[in-house]
Design a protein around this ligand. Structure first.
Ligand code: SAM
Length: 281
């Protein structure tokens, strides 16, 4: 028998994790987690104004510093970064594996007088559905954590790498799972960050080495969950370098300081710098 976690007014729209939600550790499951009802509420979780304030111009400065003009947002979600970048004059393609999230993103952009160029694409097969090459790929909002198998992470990073121009960059973020795995808080008390909405309480419901299950309680009494893989800081950096990225710079909470932040941001550079010294040895 299947336990229903949350039923929306639309009867086909369910979050379903089965009898043992902690056993759901599958990459493909994100498709069933971002149901239409949850997609509709996502913006209450991430309050666009508060988030814009928390981030400031961190990503815009980074992209400009690297001379990026064309951006592929691979985890568009409801469109926060795609819209911000369009407003700043970047050339943006907005991809996501979830049609519900893309539909919401399109509407959000239209409400702000922006037209999104959307493409439904799973990261593991990105180059099958996305054509062209980009100065930057962004994978933000703790999205990469949806991949449960190491081979899915390697494949997705390789797909991001392949869609970049020769000197392109990947910007990818994730929660500070190291702290969570060591028994600490997901978010430090009283601190606004990526998820800034006041209408929702976010807390881990289960954490072990292979799963971080988060619960989202909204003020209207509705509850949703996301099952994610807890990515460690050093592990993500290692994978990026193993798939071929040449230089990785990491930030904590949008600053260079990486001491105990809520979120890490990694900037991985593709450009191959020939090291004449080591070649001569
Ligand atoms: N970047 C947005 C933000 O910051 O608000 C959305 C973040 S949301 C946590 C994660 C997004 O990643 C969802 O929209 C989900 O559909 C997408 N996603 C998860 N796994 C994916 C995959 N394998 N391929 C493509 N998209 C995926």
């Amino acid at each position: 028998m299947t336990t229903i976690q949350r039923q929306s007014a639309r009867s086909s729209d369910w979050q379903s994790f089965g009898d043992v939600p902690e056993s759901v550790r599958e990459t493909d499951h994100y498709q069933q987690e971002y149901i239409e009802d949850f997609a509709d509420r996502w913006d209450r979780l991430i309050d666009w104004n508060a988030r814009a304030q928390a981030e400031g111009d961190f990503f815009i400065r980074l992209l400009k510093q690297h001379g990026a003009r064309s951006i592929l947002d691979v985890a568009t979600g409801t469109g926060f970064h795609s819209v911000r970048l369009l407003e700043e004059g970047f050339d943006v393609v907005s991809a996501d594996g979830s049609p519900n999230m893309l539909a919401r993103a399109f509407r959000n952009a239209r409400d702000r007088d922006q037209l999104l160029r959307t493409a439904q694409a799973d990261w593991r097969f990105l180059n099958r559905d996305i054509h062209g090459s980009f100065d930057a790929v962004i994978c933000l909002g703790n999205s990469f954590t949806h991949l449960f198998k190491e081979r899915d992470r390697r494949k997705s990073l390789a797909e991001y790498y392949a869609v970049l121009k020769h000197n392109g960059i990947l910007i990818l973020d994730h929660r500070n799972y190291d702290r969570l795995l060591e028994g600490g808080d997901a978010v430090r008390q009283g601190k606004g960050n990526v998820y800034c909405g006041e209408d929702v309480r976010v807390a881990p419901a289960h954490v072990d080495d292979g799963l971080a299950r988060f619960q989202y309680d909204f003020s209207d009494g509705s509850t949703y969950h996301l099952n994610m893989f807890p990515l460690r800081y050093g592990y993500v950096r290692r994978l990026m370098s193993e798939v071929g990225f040449q230089k990785i710079s990491s930030f904590g909470d949008y600053k260079k300081d990486i001491e105990n932040p809520d979120f890490f941001v990694h900037v991985a550079e593709k450009e191959y710098c020939f090291d004449a010294d080591s070649a001569a040895r």
